[in-house]
Write a protein that binds this ligand. Structure first.
Ligand code: ADP
Length: 552
């Protein structure tokens, strides 16, 4: 801790809230620039919408969402249309203020006309989302899962998932939403911070009872009821990888702005909290991603009225200590040195050879053909299923899962790793989804000025010219109009805009528009993929030409 400011450089910087120290020129920081902004409810919903437009089946784990106030008319129209085409559809929606947390300001509605427009929506934008009415219940209670995910690196993408997480329970028995029970937060919202105030809240002394339990204890229960827990884990891994793929384009724009390539700077990693709801049929649904998941391992207990004391929470301790410990093991700056001195067998072979399952078969699926049900990944934690007779995840026989390069002597003294690599391990199956990443690479290339996140009109024109996208049907005047139209709309959408210019999402919209124009008859993801290939190819040719001119 540096309460009075830091003078010495460190190997690892552990910031409390966000990436905020611009005086770091080496080492590793536990936050990515822009992560807080990227996972806000509205930004996440936009990123998921883009992916749903491209790959509707693959991204059907995120509830249909609309952004308020700008999409209110669209929300009203779409709901009316769906009701007209299916009169028996009786939906419920959940309204969540942007930037809110701990259930703050959330309410349920049955009809778009119930949205509270007075004051707050205008001043505080929100997301309205289809409410999942049939969640999986345990002991008649709704619960959600908090899973910890380590984004260890953005380029190349490296993702780890913790083998165990937390299950947070409601404190009133669940009933499907009706006008009478819509306001009952202890029945519908699983937030710990809300339910702790219910008289029914039970502080857990063990991992499989009470209002907060380990996820592994739920898996054990499900497994004993005959549920396919392997498939569930595979779907969860898939959800996590796809969500991060949706977030990386925006993160890369922030990253190059805060830590410009070619200048001394740190590398980043971050522990994220994924909130996931299981539907009755065990399909996982993403609720949200937290950039700063609570790492508290104590809870407050009221000793006498108004007198509180912090007491240890065994469930939190079991899950969170392992996550922090293993994150530090994985980012350990000494690892590389030890690797050079201690390990004789190829560490990759050690890692793979004894690892649970063979790599996924089948290579890259056909675009659009990889719906949730068809992707069964080898599960990461067979131990979760095997543990039904025990209280927590099996730990012992995994000493051989030491990370590449870890010194056997040091690692042997530590418990086995709870963080499991899922990317690049399963990269092959998901690489076809990374289209927006490639669009973001084009965007970043034309940003020009270092430290910016928005593209000016000249940058956009240069992009069109260098990729040779204008022609007699699409003049440079039309290019300017496209730029102005889209940029103006995005800049009036109530998003914080310190800089003027075209943000990444606006560029993505323009890019999709150009792709649709050029490749009319194809499905959207193929139109976009074709245009990306064309641009990459033309830019490579241009670069080749310039090199040649340089030589001559
Ligand atoms: P916050 O950041 O305020 O916690 P969340 O998006 O996590 O907001 O929502 C709070 C709670 O509301 C969740 O923990 C979950 O119990 C419930 N919830 C959120 N979205 C949905 C949904 N689409 N369907 C059903 N329940 C939901």
């Amino acid at each position: 801790q540096f309460p009075f400011g830091r003078r010495l450089p460190c190997d690892i910087y552990w910031h409390g809230v966000s990436f905020h120290d611009s005086n770091i020129f080496s080492g590793q920081v536990n936050k990515f620039p822009g992560m807080m902004e990227t996972v806000r409810k509205i930004t996440l919903s936009r990123a998921m919408r883009t992916m749903q437009d491209l790959f509707p089946l693959e991204y059907n784990f995120y509830p249909r969402s609309w952004i308020l106030p700008e999409e209110l008319p669209l929300f009203v129209a779409e709901v009316r249309m769906m009701k007209d085409s299916n009169p028996s559809w009786k939906p419920t929606f959940i309204v969540k203020p942007d930037g809110g947390c701990q259930g703050d300001g959330i309410y349920l509605i049955k009809d778009p006309s119930d949205i509270r427009l007075t004051g707050s929506i205008q001043s505080r934008p929100a997301v309205v989302q289809e409410y999942i009415c049939k969640p999986l219940l345990v002991d008649k209670l709704k619960f959600d899962i908090r899973l910890y995910v380590l984004l260890k690196s953005l380029e190349p993408l490296e993702i780890y998932i913790a083998k165990d997480g937390l299950s947070r329970f409601c404190t009133e028995p669940y009933q499907e939403p009706t006008l009478k029970n819509l306001h009952q937060v202890f029945m519908h919202l699983t937030n710990y911070s809300l339910n702790i105030h219910s008289g029914n809240f039970i502080h857990s002394n063990s991992v499989n009872t009470g209002s907060k339990r380990t996820f592994s204890s739920i898996l054990c229960r499900l497994s004993s009821r005959g549920a396919d827990v392997k498939k569930l884990w595979s779907d969860i891994i898939s959800l996590v990888i796809k969500t991060i793929i949706a977030l990386t384009p925006e993160l890369k724009v922030y990253y190059q702005s805060d830590i410009p390539a070619g200048k001394p700077g740190p590398t980043c990693f971050q522990i994220l909290g994924f909130d996931i709801l299981l539907m009755k049929n065990l399909k996982p649904i993403l609720l949200e991603v937290n950039a700063n998941p609570s790492m508290r391992i104590e809870h407050e207990q009221e000793l006498s009225p108004g007198v509180f004391e912090n007491v240890p929470s065994p469930v939190d301790e079991e899950v969170k200590v392992a996550v922090i410990r293993d994150t530090l093991r994985l980012v350990d700056p000494q690892k590389k040195t030890r690797k050079d001195t201690h390990v004789t067998v190829s560490p990759e072979l050690q890692w793979l050879g004894v690892h649970e399952h063979p790599p996924p078969v089948g290579g890259v699926p056909m675009a659009g053909a990889g719906g949730m049900s068809s992707e069964v990944l080898p599960t990461l934690i067979p131990s979760a299923i095997l543990c039904c007779r025990c209280q927590s995840l099996e730990q012992a026989p995994e000493a051989s899962q030491e990370q590449p390069g870890a010194a056997p002597s040091t690692e042997a003294a530590l418990p086995s790793l709870c963080l499991k690599q899922v990317f690049p391990k399963y990269a092959k199956q998901f690489s076809y989804l990374r289209l927006v990443d490639r669009v973001a690479a084009l965007f970043i290339r034309f940003l020009g000025v270092k430290g910016t996140t928005k593209l000016g009109p000249t940058g956009f024109r240069t992009f069109i010219r260098n990729c040779r996208l204008s022609n007699s049907n699409f003049s440079m005047a039309a290019v300017d109009i496209l730029y102005i139209d889209i940029t103006r709309r995005w800049n009036t959408m109530g998003i914080e805009h310190k800089e003027s210019g075209m943000c990444l999402q606006a560029f993505v919209e323009a890019f999709f528009c150009l792709a649709q124009k050029k490749y009319k008859s194809l499905p959207l993801h193929e139109q976009v993929a074709s245009l990306i290939e064309l641009c990459e190819c033309r830019l490579a040719a241009l670069r080749g030409k310039r090199l040649l001119w340089g030589c001559s």
